[in-house]
Ligand binder design. Structure first.
Ligand code: 13P
Length: 248
């Protein structure tokens, strides 16, 4: 059985004033049936992790460097994230691929660094609108999985997030059949690559998930949770998504 995961990616949003949303979430969801994860900006990780110590809300980073330390101004390493209290790290988000030119090879190196630090990697894949229009969605996703994931992925160390680039922050989502097609394909690819462990790797859907569409998305085959952007910033919205996942 795969434990469902509701993950919030705060992106470049949030200051200490936003900690009140974490407090609300902990109050309203003391014992959720799914796993809850928030990936705040790096400036808040240590504070949020301290507040959540021994609680059921996990904390993650949004990126890391592939080296453990050194002359990389502005970067953060996986051991640093672990030291701050993170247990997950999002890698290869399309915004990093676009804004920072991240390649699959970099994502692979970062994933290895995350595993070496004892953290769980949430590796993002997804097609652009043009690639979908060209009918290239599955080959694109397959290529990203082949070259972004190192050998040795396990159910405990790897989560894959399918985030169609054109659905991020746009209010648009693929049809349920399109989500099922991609998630089933990702599952088959993970099983072919990692055997039994591939069966246990959780596959999240991300891209304009909100309380109003969460129930139907969570009913789709091989959707084990969501990676939520905008709707994770408010405890009421993220809480409703958590409730939908818990009931799925
Ligand atoms: P939105 O939920 O705001 O579309 O963002 C999705 C996302 O990119 C999560 O990583």
């Amino acid at each position: 059985m795969r434990r469902k995961l509701a993950a919030g990616n705060w992106k470049m949003n949030g200051t200490t004033a936003s900690l009140v949303e974490i407090e609300k979430l902990l109050e309203t969801h003391p014992d959720p049936a799914c796993e809850m994860l928030i990936c705040p900006p790096a400036t808040l990780i240590a504070q949020v992790a301290w507040r959540c110590r021994a609680k059921h809300l996990k904390i993650g980073g949004q990126d890391c460097h592939w080296n453990t330390s050194g002359a990389h101004t502005g970067d953060i390493s996986a051991p640093m994230l672990a030291d701050a209290g993170a247990t997950y790290v999002i890698l290869g988000h399309s915004e990093r691929r676009t804004d920072h030119g991240e390649t699959d090879a970099m994502v692979l190196a970062k994933t290895e660094a995350v595993w070496a630090a004892g953290l769980v990697a949430v590796v993002c894949v997804g097609e652009t609108e043009r690639q979908r229009d060209l009918g290239a969605t599955l080959p694109v996703i397959g290529g990203q999985l082949d070259t972004s994931l190192p050998a040795g992925g396990t159910a405990d160390t790897l989560v894959v997030a399918y985030e169609p680039v054109w659905a991020i922050g746009t209010g648009r989502t693929p049809t349920l059949a399109e989500i099922a097609e991609v998630h089933d394909y990702i599952r088959a690819t993970l099983v072919a690559r990692f055997g039994d462990e591939g069966t246990g790797v959780r596959i999240l859907y991300g891209g304009s998930v909100k309380p109003s569409n969460a129930v139907e998305i969570f009913a789709v085959s091989n959707v084990d949770g969501a990676l939520v952007g905008g709707a994770s910033l408010k405890a009421t919205d993220f809480g409703a998504i958590i409730d939908a996942l818990s009931a799925a």
